[in-house]
Design a binder for this molecule. Sequence first.
Ligand SMILES: Nc1ncnc2c1ncn2[C@@H]1O[C@H](COP(=O)(O)OP(=O)(O)OP(=O)(O)O)[C@@H](O)[C@H]1O
Length: 354
Amino acid sequence: MGNARIIVLYITVCCIAFVTSKVIISVLLYKRWKRKHSIYKDSFSGGKMVMFTSPMMQSLNSDALLKKATRLSNKDVIGSGGHGTVYRLTVDGSVAFAVKRLNRGSADQDRGFERELEAMGDIKHRNIVTLHGYYTAPHYNLLIYELMPNGSLDAYLHGRLKEKKLLDWPSRYKIAVGAARGIAYLHHDCIPHIIHRDIKSSNILLDQNMEARVSDFGLATLMEPDKTHVSTFVAGTFGYLAPEYFDTGRATAKGDVYSFGVVLLELLTGKRPSDEAFIEEGTRLVTWVKAVVLEKKEEHVLDSSLECCSLDEVNNVFSIATMCLESEPSKRPTMAEVLKMLEQIKSDKLVKES
Ligand SMILES: Nc1ncnc2c1ncn2[C@@H]1O[C@H](COP(=O)(O)OP(=O)(O)OP(=O)(O)O)[C@@H](O)[C@H]1O
């Protein structure tokens, strides 16, 4: 009898300790979550805005931000893409954001959507566009990003000629290294690892120092929130997709490496993968460049607006691009290896010069 009492007492103490620890952990997690977020309710539209705490956000007039975010108009549009329209939003006359408006999926996707955004908001890296917050309303969602004053690499390379001329070889090399660093961070340093699934020049934005910032990561998953980071949902953009994606429909890190190889070719040749000339000739940017690299005639496909650049450096980037573009995914380097090879080009140059 004595023993039975001791066992009952023991079980009771264990249960109480278990429940108490659960409650304490939940309270601590909630407090941590509260510290990281500010929530603003919009009684007019029934929407909710969540801003991730940062020194910049703390000094901001949140009422003005909420009001402006819900009243964006056509005159604020800075671009549009497959996922929605992007607007410029300025608060307090100085702080500017890029706000992406997404048309809303079904209401039961809400939690998955918010969880994905919370994970995106945690990612802070000098080569990744920061997500400052989001807004959810019954008919649409807004993603609030930091504004990249120099727009996208796509606009620079394929926009007006004047802009393209501004992209000399050192700037292009710096953009290649920065973008590789951002993608390598998503692949290797984020837990869980993140596959971007839509690497392309319009998703590489340029900050005030023309440093590359990868954007739109997680968006493919976000628009299909029930899926994990690897999914059979068809995402990505024609011209950048790895060949195996068409067979398997599975997004992989090596698929991102392939797409990054296409971006390297864009930087080197100044041509879009969907350039009409390729379609007319029944070829593709990748096939065209691979043939030229094999014949060691890289200078023939080099962007004509690139003057006085080091052919050694250019040829090295061509060979890194061809490694990324191997048809067999296992033969492609990892993104960490791509970054290392790109960085090595400048270190080799410094050694030669000294
Ligand atoms: N944070 C930002 N800062 C400045 N401009 C941006 C920002 N995000 C997007 N843009 C601009 O808006 C344009 C459209 O972006 P968006 O991501 O919606 O489409 P996309 O990348 O061109 O295509 P898709 O939606 O198919 O990926 C970009 O090309 C860029 O010029």
